[in-house]
Design a protein around this ligand. Sequence first.
Ligand code: GUN
Length: 278
Amino acid sequence: MSAILMDGKALSAKVRGKILEETHRLEQTGVRPGLAVILVGEDPASQVYVRNKEKACVECGFYSEKYVLPAETTQDELLGLVDELNHNERIHGILCQLPLPKQISEEAVIAAIDPKKDVDAFHPSNVGRIMIGDYDFLPCTPAGVMELLDEYGIDPKGKRCVVIGRSNIVGKPMSMLLLHRHGTVTICHSRTENLAEICREADILVAAVGRANFVTPDMVKPGAAVIDVGMNRVDGKLCGDVDPAVAEVAGYMTPVPGGVGPMTITMLMKNTLKAAQK
Ligand code: GUN
């Protein structure tokens, strides 16, 4: 058996096309969606993400501003920029690329972003709203995974869903979105005992571990949908958390690159459009 590959690149192109149409419609009312992206320091992976976000803004017809700050930037300097952007009427969404250098508290910066411009959905008030199912913005990576599942007709309702990873950015909100869609959700992490056994029960298995080829074929139920959120560099090559050999066991699988990655950025565009519409 060979898994059906879930094409995030194709779905992204389709969704970005719809966003561009909405942008044109919104422009008739004198509003052009605007996104500000802040990058502090020179982390190579972050530079690639930020470049891809700029490209996506162009594709969606958005106005965008990029702020590249030196690695020595102080927390007060960054908070000053966030405050300025909070009050900038051309900017509807603010994204501060993580991780930040160690002298800056990520929590403090996230909390300083106006929740109405928090297109990452990382602000504590937006996280709380996701918990109770009353939200404006969905976190981008989990939202991208849900759109991919929907596109391929994979309904979490009543199914065993296993998420490996408990980060604030992916693992925790991913579990919540699957739960909202009536999945039976288990969250696994580095201290989980009998991990392979639990994973083998999953109809939908989401890997967000940050370790190359961590999920092996023996951990996968035949026919399961396996979603790979990993973005690992091995010898300069991008590779996911899921061993490519899993394709022989899984029913559906997301490739890396070209699976979840492009969808994450597309969901950021969707959130920015929504912020501008409001
Ligand atoms: N770093 C890795 N992923 C993300 C993301 O989705 N948003 C932000 N702001 N930083 C990240």
